[in-house]
Design a protein around this ligand. Structure first.
Ligand SMILES: *Cc1c(COP(=O)(O)O)cnc(C)c1O
Length: 377
């Protein structure tokens, strides 16, 4: 892991931290001359440091910072045109489903959602006009693992782009570009920012031509992260490794509890590090950690819903990846835009809770779950 991110060589004052360049425009030294910065939509010094930092930690050549994860995804889907077909993991962030089904569909960009953890399903769904595959691995919220190498192979054979939404494991535990994936995206709002206080999205690529096309979309549509938020995200990246190591060790303790004492209330624990989980061997080949997202299927929906009214340290809130632990009910929140029938088929029902583990004391978190469940009728 790179420890020095956003540390600049400031000749004038010797500042360690990258300054926030709150300037919309930049003075030209003369006609036809530029300092390298003309107008902040096109490029801004603080954003540029951040973009270089995210590229570095994802082992990529080019980084782009957007105002949200959805803005990053919108820019990526902007690479496609009418009649193109995109395949996506079926168990993924509900907003990505809505973006394709309710927005890009109006531009006649077609999409299909399949269980990409089963490569044969992916192959069956492939069409002659399929131009991209987008996967989330582990998936959201059921933590299914998709084989990144196999996906890249299929995309290369068919001249399609392979895209990974790497929000859950972060570049600290998974670097899809190392497997020749074309595009990595993150909701920077989550682990990269890590403090539940800022929205951001990032995209990282290796290919120069692709970078030019994405840079064009970013500048043309004006979808850029502000200098202030770029600085905050850059600052957050400096502690990504520390935070996620602690979050992961807390998560592992909670999984242990959920599988032992907690099993009187909990039916199934979904965690990438659970050995019995399908594709566990693939997960260990492509990731160096299990992360800190856990889904729990409670014995009844009533139990899951009532627990939310008793928790004290966890907060009942959507989002994930921050230092504060959160619990969501995906069926009603993050995945509410997925049609009910489809959600039921996937198993995203009212008995399923998704936990994002923070950096609090692990015992306090376990006690909080325990005391809440004890209070449930
Ligand atoms: C939150 C999230 C997004 C959307 O990001 P925003 O920053 O909320 O716009 C996309 N993908 C995943 C996996 C997410 O968790």
């Amino acid at each position: 892991m790179i420890t020095q991110l956003g540390v600049i060589k400031d000749e004038q004052y010797g500042a360690i931290s990258t300054p926030i360049y709150h300037s919309a425009t930049f003075r030209h030294p003369g006609v036809g001359q530029s300092t390298g910065f003309d107008y902040s939509r096109t490029s801004n010094p603080t954003r540029k440091e951040l973009e270089a930092a995210v590229a570095k930690i994802e082992n990529g050549n080019y980084g782009f910072a957007f105002p949200t994860g959805m803005a990053a995804l919108t820019a990526i889907f902007g690479l496609f045109k009418k009649g193109d077909h995109i395949i996506l993991s079926e168990d993924l962030y509900g907003g990505t489903y809505r973006l394709l089904r309710q927005y890009f569909s109006t531009f006649e960009i077609e999409s299909d959602f399949v269980d990409t953890s089963d490569i044969s399903q992916l192959e069956q769904c492939w069409q002659t006009h399929t131009k991209a595959l987008l996967i989330e691995t582990p998936s959201n919220p059921l933590m299914k693992i998709t084989d990144i190498k196999k996906c890249v192979e299929i995309c290369k054979q068919n001249d399609a782009l392979c895209i990974v939404d790497n929000t859950f494991l972060t570049p600290y535990y998974q670097n899809p570009l190392d497997f020749q994936v074309d595009i990595v995206i993150h909701s920077g709002t989550k682990y990269l920012a890590g403090h539940n206080d800022l929205l951001a999205g990032v995209v990282i690529v290796n290919d120069q031509d692709l970078a030019t096309r994405i840079g064009f979309i970013q500048n043309t549509t004006g979808s850029v992260l502000s200098p202030g938020d770029s600085w905050l995200l850059l600052r957050s990246l400096k502690t990504l490794g520390l935070r996620i190591e602690r979050q992961q060790s807390n998560a592992k303790r909670i999984v242990e509890w959920a599988e032992s004492e907690g099993s009187q209330w909990i039916d199934t624990v979904y965690y990438p590090g659970a050995r019995e989980s399908q594709n566990y061997h693939i997960h260990t080949q492509q990731s160096s950690g299990d992360g800190a997202m856990i889904s729990l299927r409670l014995k009844t929906s009533e139990l899951a819903i009532e627990l939310l009214s008793h928790i004290q340290i966890f907060s009942f809130a959507e989002s994930l990846g921050g230092v504060e632990s959160l619990i969501t009910l995906p069926a009603r929140q993050t995945h509410a835009d997925i049609p009910e029938e489809y959600r039921l088929r996937l198993g995203i029902t009212d008995d399923l809770l998704r936990l994002s583990i923070g950096i609090e004391d692990a015992e306090d978190l376990i006690n909080d779950l325990h005391q809440s469940l004890t209070k449930c009728k």
